[in-house]
Design a binder for this molecule. Sequence first.
Ligand code: NDP
Length: 287
Amino acid sequence: MSATILWGKLYAEKLKSEARAKIIELSEKTGIAPGLAVIIVGGNPASQVYVRNKHKTCEEMGINSQIVALAENTGRQELIDNIEKLNNDKGIHGILLQLPLPKGLQKYENEFLYKISPVKDVDGFHPINAGRLSIGEKCMVPCTPLGCIKMMELADIPIEGKKAVIIGRSNIVGKPMANLLLARNATVTVCHSHTADLAKIAAEADILVAAVGRPNFVTADMVKSGAVVIDVGINRIAPKKITGDVDFDNVKEKAGFITPVPGGVGLLTIAMLMHNTVEAAKMQLLP
Ligand code: NDP
C-alpha cells in the first residue's frame, strides 16, 4: 500500500494559525506586536526570494518585519554594528542573518551568528541555544528540524520508543533533529559520510530523516516497510526543478508516511520561523 503523504502546506497552515493566536494574545497583554529583522548582504537572487517570502509571511501574521539590506561590499565591522543595533532595538525580538554571505564575509560567518543575542536568535544557531537544546532546556530551536517534529506530532506519529535514523549531522539540521528526537524518547542513530553499512542502519529505522543534500540518496531498499520517511533535502536538478534526498516514487510504495519535495518540510521552515519569533517576543516581553 502506498504511503500517506505528509503535505507541508496543511501542517504549515495549522502551525501558522497557532502562532497567529499567540500573537493576538501577546498583543492583548502587552500592546506590542512581535518584530523580526532579516539582514541580507548582497544580491544573491535565491536569498532575495527567501527574504521576500519571509517578509510577506510576517505581514500576513501581524509580525512587524524589517529587512536590513546591506551592500555586497559590506565590511565585517559594519555587519557587526548592524547586528548590535538590532540586539539593542526593543521593537525587534528576532534577528535572522540570511545565508549565504558574500564570499568576502564567509570566513566570519560564525562570528556574525554568535553576535546575535541568544534571546533574539530565531534560527537557533547560537552555541548557547545549541547547548541548551542538547541538555534539554528551553531555547530557540532551528526551524527546519523543529518543523519536522511539529509535523509528526500534528500527524499523531508516535516517536517515543521508536528507532530513529538521521542521515546528516549538520549543526542546522542533523544534530538538532537528533536532540529533538532524543528528547521525545526515540532511540537515535546519526549517520554521515563516514558511516559504515549506512543502508543497513537506515533499513532498521521506524523514523528515517534524510538531510544529506544528494538527490535520490535514499532508495526503497534502505527503507523499512511502514517507516516514516522525512525528506529534508533540497537539491536543484534543473533551473526550475528541485528534488529531495529520497527516491520518492519508489520509497512511497514501501513507507508508511513520507514527505514530498517540493511541498513538504520546506513549507514548515518558514512557519517555524514565525513560531520562533513569537516565542522570542514572549520571552522578552512577558517576564
Ligand atoms: P550539510 O551539507 O551541512 O550536511 C550534509 C550532511 O550529509 C553531512 O553531515 C554529511 O556528512 C552527510 N553526507 C553527505 N554525503 C553523504 C554520504 N554520501 N553518505 C552519508 N552522509 C553523507 O547540509 P545541511 O544539513 O545544511 O542540509 C542538508 C539538506 O537539507 C540540503 O539539501 C539542504 O539544502 C537541505 N535543507 C533544507 C531545509 C529546508 O527548509 N527544507 C533547511 C536546511 C537544509 P559529513 O558530516 O560526514 O560531511
